[in-house]
Design a binder for this molecule. Structure first.
Ligand SMILES: C[S@@+](CC[C@H](N)C(=O)[O-])C[C@H]1O[C@@H](n2cnc3c(N)ncnc32)[C@H](O)[C@@H]1O
Length: 311
């Protein structure tokens, strides 16, 4: 590969631009040239810079360029010849450099889509996963009027339920105050903040029943599997949101006890679980609720995903 081709793969860093500014003795942000000549070059060089951290480097380069410029992806793709301003180029270069270190894309854009809704995310919350939509769909099918969402994180489950169940009263808890701030922000964005009561709590400890449903996507990564998680998850997402202790079912066991205390007769517990945790989670549930209906539902990929207990 020629030296020229090599250089095309380098991501200009903010610090390089600042150094250039300092070398002329004054801060002249509008004079130095943009690190990328136009949109086409920015996408080409961005995709090359991201190839080692993602399977979708072209798509991610488009998303980061849209975020840096404020343009839509459609506009970006329709105008490859549009030049970038120096500020846009520096912002984009900075995003690429951070993504190349393994920071997940949603933490850079601050946004993720879940259940067709746009959610704000920060590194204080788990990035909502598509498989959690299975949990929301099952909850909606049961049509509860009083729901407790335990470990609400970004609020994605509670907010999706509140949007789709306009008469439901929802309580959402989390141990993390920082996560709850994000959840409140998301509830306000979707106009449901007045119907969700957010509480900083250990599981559902301050709540009194009876309620129709207890729903939760708890931390369920088995301690033994921690090392095999992708580095981007292990290094950047909150450990409190992931670590389920030895075997992964520590929080699930405690949720079963909370369900016994809170659910009305005929009430429903829905808990997201890890692929392969189905048999053990079902056995735990049957031990706590011998007469209950216990079922494991798969996600769209056919893996164990949700434990349901109907009292
Ligand atoms: C897997 S994340 C789920 C976040 C969100 N509900 C979702 O589905 O994307 C688990 C959440 O549970 C919270 N959490 C962990 N232990 C908790 C506990 N003992 N009590 C309350 N929340 C807890 C974490 O802070 C985290 O926000």
């Amino acid at each position: 590969m020629s030296a020229e081709a090599d250089n095309r793969h380098e991501v200009p860093k903010k610090s390089d631009v600042n150094r250039r500014e300092q070398s002329v003795g004054i801060r002249v942000t509008h004079v130095h040239p943009c690190p990328f000549s136009d949109i086409a070059a920015a996408l080409r060089e961005g995709a090359a810079a991201l190839a080692s951290v993602t399977d979708m480097p072209h798509l991610e380069a488009e998303i980061l360029l849209a975020h840096a410029t404020g343009l839509t992806r459609t506009t970006i793709l329709a105008h490859p010849e549009r030049p970038l301003s120096p500020e846009e180029g520096v912002h984009y270069g900075d995003l690429l450099a951070r993504r190349a270190t393994g920071i997940p894309l949603p933490y850079l854009t601050g946004r993720v889509e879940f259940f067709g809704l746009d959610f704000v995310v920060t590194p204080d919350v788990l990035i909502p996963r598509p498989e959690t939509e299975t949990l929301v769909e099952l909850a909606l099918e049961r049509g509860p009027q009083t729901v407790v969402d335990v470990g609400t994180g970004s609020g994605c489950v509670a907010v999706a339920l509140a949007v789709r169940l306009p008469r439901a009263r929802i309580y959402a808890t989390d141990l993390s105050r920082a996560a709850l701030s994000v959840a409140v922000m998301n509830a306000r964005r979707h106009g449901v903040a007045n119907r969700i009561h957010f509480l900083q709590a250990d599981l559902a400890s301050p709540l009194r029943g009876p309620v129709d449903m207890l729903v939760s996507n708890p931390p369920y990564v088995a301690e033994e599997e921690w090392a095999s998680l992708p580095e981007s998850v292990r290094e950047h997402e909150p450990r409190l949101a992931l670590d389920g202790g030895p075997g992964g079912l520590r929080v699930v066991r405690r949720l079963l006890a909370d369900a016994a205390r809170l659910l009305r007769p005929g009430g429903v517990l829905l808990v997201e679980i890890g692929a392969g945790q189905g048999p053990e989670a079902a056995a735990l549930a049957r031990a706590v609720f011998p007469p209950a209906r216990v079922q494991i539902y798969p996600d769209l990929a056919g893996r164990d995903r949700v434990l349901e207990v109907v009292l």
